[in-house]
Write a protein that binds this ligand. Structure first.
Ligand SMILES: [Zn+2]
Ligand SMILES: [Zn+2]
Length: 183
């Protein structure tokens, strides 16, 4: 379980200023570009959108405890009417990054020297908060089941006459009849 972080990667944060003395603390305020593919089916954070982070780093015995909030724009589509949906998300997270793999469990996060990678923590926190069925508005009425028009854009009394099955059959015959005449 070794990792080698790229110090130039935007979500890799240095703890150099923090040191390792338990109890020392630093606050950081960063704006980072959103990584690709942070989201679920219908909604997510646009790649490279500004993610504003307020972070508190605390040195503890085993590692560095990071507590933070992240704010970013969201883009997706309404689960009922498929119109574009834009909104914002704010998530909170807390993660202990261990100095040594010996103290950490399989799924725990590790420091690479003085570096830690916030991206997986951020990604997990966001995905947990996203709505599986985002809506353009709480009372979105969706699409007409007959013609697919967006009901919010349609006449208030939008509807379709139910055609009697026998008439439907006759209507189906009309074009054939016309074709016979033309030929
Ligand atoms: Zn909608
Ligand atoms: Zn309709």
């Amino acid at each position: 379980m070794t990792l080698h972080l790229d110090p130039r990667a935007p979500w890799v944060v240095s703890t150099h200023d923090l040191g390792r003395r338990p109890g020392s603390m630093r606050e950081m305020h960063l704006t980072l570009p959103a990584p690709a593919d942070v989201g679920v089916d219908m909604i997510g954070i646009p790649k490279d959108a500004d993610v504003k982070l307020d972070l508190r780093l605390e040195a503890v015995m085993e590692g560095v405890l990071v507590t933070g909030t992240a704010r970013s724009p969201l883009r997706g589509e309404c689960a009922r009417c498929l119109e574009p949906v834009t909104s914002e998300t704010e998530v909170s997270f807390q993660e202990l990054f261990f100095y040594s793999a010996e103290d950490a469990a399989e799924d725990d996060s590790l420091l690479d020297g003085e570096l830690l990678d916030l991206e997986p923590t951020f990604r997990d926190a966001v995905v947990l908060t996203l709505p599986l069925s985002p809506l353009c508005s709480e009372d979105c009425t969706g699409l007409c089941s007959q013609c697919g028009v967006r009901l919010a854009d349609a006449e208030p009394d939008h509807g379709h006459e139910v055609i009697d099955a026998r008439w439907a059959k006759l209507q189906g015959l009309v074009p054939e009849h016309n074709n016979d005449q033309e030929s």
